[in-house]
Design a protein. Structure first.
Length: 232
């Protein structure tokens, strides 16, 4: 029934019906992923059920790269620990300011993720603490791996819509699945995500866009990005 509901909402959706405990769910996800060079996008729609904390811990400590968002970020904060420094997989965290504050509190970071001047330092501090890539969402999204910092210039108020962050998570994960590093994928992902929002706003104005509208404009955004790169 869960899958039927999901497919009714999004006809192209595929999924795995999860079981009753973290170990079973981890095995189901690993079996579904198979042997492909899979990137796991973890968090959107995951929920806060009792076993989810342990499931997130297991996925983060596995072999596959992970883009962590939404419920995944809140569950990481609940775990109350830093990500292991020595690990096989690359991890990208995509918090909005509220999620950032919860994560920062766990690792003892006290930097305002909303203050425009402090945002680059905030992203770099969290990335350094977890040895991960952080995309700190908001006006002029910041991407950092703890050393490098990218400040995104695309995007507008139309992106402040439910599901927009999930589209970004999928975009970054898709780019990583094509062989890009976490930092490169996050930089290009937030740029394309914002550019798609700009394309919408240029045609319809800064309101009324849905997450599905945004996702539909990503191919156009990528085409324009390639055209601009080739013309330089």
């Amino acid at each position: 029934e869960v899958l039927k509901t999901a497919i009714g909402i999004e006809p192209g959706a595929t999924g795995v019906i999860l079981g009753e405990d973290a170990s079973t769910n981890f095995r189901l996800i690993e079996e579904a992923a198979g042997t492909a060079r899979t990137v796991l996008a973890v968090g959107p729609g995951l929920g806060q059920a009792e076993d989810r904390e342990e499931l997130v811990r297991m996925l983060l400590s596995g072999d596959r790269p992970v883009v962590l968002d939404a419920d995944g970020l809140n569950l990481l904060a609940k775990l109350g620990e830093r990500l292991p420094g020595e690990r096989k997989n690359e991890i990208v965290l995509t918090p909005h300011p509220g999620e950032y504050r919860r994560l920062a509190q766990v690792v003892g970071i006290d930097v305002d993720p909303v203050d425009a001047d402090a945002r680059p330092r905030a992203a770099a501090a969290l990335a350094g603490a977890h040895r991960a890539v952080v995309a700190l969402k908001g006006h002029r999204t910041i991407v950092s791996d703890g050393e490098r910092i990218y400040i995104n210039e695309t995007g507008n108020a139309a992106l402040a819509v439910g599901g927009s962050g999930d589209v970004l998570t999928g975009c970054i994960a898709g780019l990583m699945a094509q062989g890009m590093s976490g930092f490169e994928a996050a930089v290009l992902g937030v740029y394309l995500h914002g550019l798609a929002g700009d394309l919408w706003a240029g045609q319809y104005g800064p309101a009324g866009m849905t997450a599905r509208d945004l996702a539909a404009l990503l191919p156009r955004a990528l085409y324009l990005r390639r055209e601009a790169s080739q013309s330089r």
